[in-house]
Design a protein around this ligand. Structure first.
Ligand code: CO8
Length: 259
């Protein structure tokens, strides 16, 4: 697949994707979103890929949606751009494989929304987060009004969105926006270590966990428990469950095969 704005490489079972439009601080325009859309399909369909890591080239992770592209939008164009971003981010969220955002720098507006659509966020101590849309006369449009409040709570989400203030990595960690803050030069190593640890586990069990957590977030507890029970049952139809439990009883390390 030809990529203009994204760098893609596979390191064993880990896909590493870099937003690569550093002159515009990796801002998301229609072309980038369309590339991302296709790349997510490739990652989803590649059986060798267990985990994906997204990061950014240069001083930004992603400094938001592309302001030069949006500047002359009319209402319909704005709505369609929002729907495009929402659809692509939702596809990433619904992909069963775990996705880590290795946030190297600015994660603003659509960049913060993208990081939130990933499963786990590891931040460099240089990372900065924010939803500055109201400083531009718009609101978050790639599901930031929805996911941010689910992640950090309504009050913090409203504070960040109403003020447009930027917060640093430590503050983002404190409010639960990121999982972990690491020294800048260790960002990829730490993210890769996390990805490798996940790769060693039973892959179908991880994918079922992700689906159970994500689907459960949208329903009441009893319905969520039903979802969990269904996925729990499915685990017993996998070879990994047989191997995992057999290995435990034989006091040896399990050898999972993602089946
Ligand atoms: N879009 C387009 N270009 C950008 C963007 C962006 N979001 N961010 C930075 N750039 C460009 C700059 O224009 C500049 O270009 P040039 O060199 O040609 O002048 C280049 O990147 C470097 O940027 P700066 O010179 O500004 O770099 P600084 O280090 O001085 O500042 C900042 C870094 C603080 C990150 C600053 O660039 C900034 O504030 N950027 C904008 C951040 C922002 O407001 N992001 C939110 C955008 S809105 C959004 O994401 C909404 C998402 C939902 C859309 C819904 C659809 C309708």
């Amino acid at each position: 697949m030809e990529l203009k704005y994204l760098l893609f490489e596979k390191k064993e079972n880990v896909a590493v994707i870099k937003f690569n439009r550093p002159k515009a601080l990796n801002a998301l325009n229609t072309e980038v979103l369309e590339e991302l859309d296709k790349l997510i399909d490739c990652i989803k369909n590649d059986e060798q890929i267990y985990v994906a890591i997204f990061t950014g080239e240069g001083k930004a992770f992603v400094a938001g949606a592309d302001i030069s592209e949006m500047a002359n939008f009319n209402a319909d164009e704005g709505r369609r751009f929002s729907i495009l971003g929402q659809r692509v981010f939702r596809k990433l969220e619904l992909m069963e494989k775990p996705v880590i955002a290795a946030v190297n720098g600015y994660a603003l507006g659509g960049g913060c929304e993208f990081a939130i659509a990933c499963d786990i966020r590891v931040a460099s101590e240089k990372a900065k987060f924010g939803q500055p849309e109201v400083t531009l006369g718009i609101i978050p449009g790639f599901a930031g009004t929805q996911r941010l409040s689910r992640l950090v709570g309504i009050a913090k989400a409203k504070e960040l969105i109403f003020t447009g203030d930027m917060i640093d990595a430590e503050e983002a960690k404190r409010i639960g926006l990121v999982n972990k803050v690491v020294p800048h030069e260790k960002l990829m190593e730490e993210s890769m270590n996390l990805a490798k640890k996940i790769c060693e586990r039973a892959q179908l069990a991880i994918r079922y966990s992700k689906m159970a957590i994500n689907k459960g977030l949208d329903v009441d507890l009893d319905s969520g428990n039903d979802i969990e029970a269904s996925y729990f049952g499915l685990c017993f139809a996998t070879e990994d469950q047989k191997e995992g439990m057999k290995a435990f009883l034989e006091k040896r390390k399990a050898e999972f095969k993602a089946r």
